[in-house]
Ligand binder design. Structure first.
Ligand SMILES: [Zn+2]
Length: 203
């Protein structure tokens, strides 16, 4: 059993969605002067590796605190789409365990410090509908989003209370492995999303 970290480090290089303010981490106390070290962070709820709750895109949608802790872990499946488009064809031979967490490995995270928001792969609507049919618990991607404006994939998944995990890394380390993924968000009151530490327990 090995623990694999699927989370982006948080620092000033962390990519932020175009138009969002950058992540800021400021030293506010130092041992030499204040007797302790402490930092203050300014972070949007959708920065770094994070969860999207339904209320992110659905008015009256559920917020993070409407979900039990069981919602934030499950049996994972990784689908390698690095060399293909994300169409129904990618799901053809897959058997989904009940309440699985389906992760798309696009390779986009490899360029997270350069041109992250260019040439990304997005899910087709048919793929999103199939995942709803399969009753998956959550859908994750190693990219900034499973879609773009007007966000049809977000809306299909979130309207069915399927959580979305964005900005994952290291999904290539899970190919052909059996794993459980944990992605516990910060307990932000009425959160529309929150940074999380996503990890996998892999066989
Ligand atoms: Zn988000």
């Amino acid at each position: 059993m090995k623990i694999i970290d699927l989370s982006m480090p948080l620092d000033k290089k962390t990519p932020t969605y175009p138009g969002d303010p950058s992540l800021e981490i400021k030293q506010v106390a130092e041992i030499e002067k204040d007797s302790w070290n402490e930092k203050r962070i300014h972070i949007n709820t959708h920065c770094g590796t994070h969860l999207d709750a339904p209320s992110h895109m659905i008015s009256e949608g559920r917020t993070l605190d409407d979900f039990p802790l069981e919602a934030f872990s499950g049996k994972g499946i990784v689908i390698d789409v690095r060399k293909k488009e994300i169409t129904l064809h990618c799901l053809k031979d897959i058997t989904f365990p009940p309440k699985s967490v389906v992760l798309f490995l696009t390779g986009q995270a490899d360029q997270r410090y350069q041109k992250y928001y260019e040439n990304a792969k997005f899910l087709s609507k048919e793929v999103a509908k199939k995942l709803v049919e399969q009753n998956v618990k959550a859908v994750g991607i190693d990219s900034f989003s499973p879609d773009e404006e007007p966000f049809p994939i977000h809306k299909i998944l979130l309207s069915k209370n399927i959580l979305i995990i964005e900005n994952l890394i290291n999904l290539d380390k899970l190919v052909n492995r059996t794993f459980t993924i944990l992605f516990f968000p910060l307990p932000i009151k009425e959160g529309d999303g929150a940074p999380c530490r996503a990890i996998a327990f892999a066989q």
